[in-house]
Ligand binder design. Structure first.
Ligand code: 5AD
Length: 361
């Protein structure tokens, strides 16, 4: 009897399969991830752009990012504000300062505020709830996104009850061994995933994601990431290059590349056509025009910095983080111009995930 051998599917067939919303097996993901070439990346970016345009048009959503505390009880090996970094000048914004940031942002046209911070025990659930309520009261037509790490499910429920709409919690890697290479033992992939599932269950528009080129990342861990995203179906995915920070254990490690980040952005757009996908600050940091390139590769969100100017340089997750140019919220006009130059329009809108837009109307 003739032995049945299955030919590995060619690159183009894998792309088509992904575009048709069919599930890829590991080998097919490997074909895509390892099949990188410049012409293929350009083709994938074009196809990702077509898909994004079909769902969200030529709109780019903006979020005002408020980095409200750089105190952190965690010690992630990659992160500049890790607890063991004694050189960081720590700060926290008061509730009043956070609200002032929102006022300035609202006047500029922001309709989503992202409160991002280290895991800072000063900000108890009560304090977070109070901040979220005050923002929602003063700016009822704005969305509030939280990005404050792993919490108990009761805490997440309280934040949701207070009016928080979205939550960002990158999974960082979906491979448990790789997770241990990036984090100290008290942090586990298992708990991270439990948190993400709970956030979804509570009705948060939920964001997962990972760094591209983080130490120990391989094609195999990236396949895990793509399959994890497929299974979780997050409404948002944050992907940016890993960039070493000089006061972390990963100071000598190489940064992720612009090319691979753009390629993965396109793949994520094809995998999750409706996803809210930011062209991240880290992408803008590794290359001039990185964020514009991100939009052209399938991203549809940009998150300018709304933090008070005197604290921006203290929220350094990685070296050379841009914080004075076009990524700053005051320079929204520049951002609008650079997006217009590539055919995109920055809009004054909450910028909800398409399935939540329908629900709200
Ligand atoms: N390079 C790039 N991204 C980083 N982050 C933290 N440290 C770095 C770094 N050195 C990302 C993590 C985290 C998000 C807030 O910032 O993925 O989830």
């Amino acid at each position: 009897m003739e032995k049945k051998t299955t030919e590995p599917m060619c690159y183009e067939a894998c792309v088509r399969k992904l575009e048709q919303g069919e599930r890829l097996d590991r080998e097919q993901w490997r074909t895509l991830i390892d099949g990188y070439s410049q012409p293929r990346a350009a083709d994938l970016a074009r196809r990702a752009g077509v898909l994004r345009d079909r769902i969200y048009g030529k709109k780019v959503f903006v979020r005002g990012l408020i980095e409200f505390t750089n105190y952190c009880r965690n010690d992630c090996y990659y992160c500049g504000i890790r607890r063991s970094n004694r050189k960081v000048c720590r700060y926290r914004l008061t509730e009043g300062e956070i609200l002032s940031c929102c006022r300035a942002g609202y006047a500029l046209g922001f309709r989503t505020f992202v409160l991002q911070g280290g895991e800072d025990s000063y900000f108890t659930d009560e304090r977070i709830v109070s901040i979220v309520q005050k923002i929602r009261e003063e700016f009822p037509e704005c969305a509030v996104t939280l990005s404050i790490g792993e919490k108990k499910k009761e805490s997440y429920a309280a934040f949701r009850e207070a009016g928080a709409d979205r939550y960002l919690l990158r999974h960082e890697t979906a491979d448990a061994d790789h997770y241990r290479q990036l984090h100290p033992p008290e942090l586990t992939l298992e708990n991270r995933i439990t948190c993400l599932r709970e956030l979804k269950r509570l009705g948060f528009q939920t964001g997962a994601g990972f760094m591209v080129g983080s130490p120990g990342q391989t094609t195999e861990t990236l396949i895990d990431d793509m399959q994890f995203l497929e299974e979780l179906q997050p409404e948002m995915v944050g992907i940016g290059p890993f960039i070493p920070h000089h006061d972390t254990p990963f100071r000598e490690q190489a940064a992720g590349t612009l090319e691979q980040t753009l390629y993965l952005l396109s793949l994520v757009r094809l995998l999750l056509p409706q996803v809210l996908l930011p062209a991240t600050t880290a992408l803008g940091t590794i290359a001039p025009g990185g964020r514009e390139a991100g939009i052209l590769a399938g991203a549809n969100v940009v998150m300018p910095n709304l933090s008070p100017e005197n604290v921006r340089e203290k929220y350094l997750l990685y070296d050379n983080k841009i914080c004075t140019g076009k990524e700053a919220a005051e320079c929204l006009e520049d951002l609008k111009a650079s997006m217009a130059a590539i055919g995109y329009q920055v809009v004054i809108d909450r910028g909800d995930h398409i399935s939540y837009q329908k629900e709200r109307k």
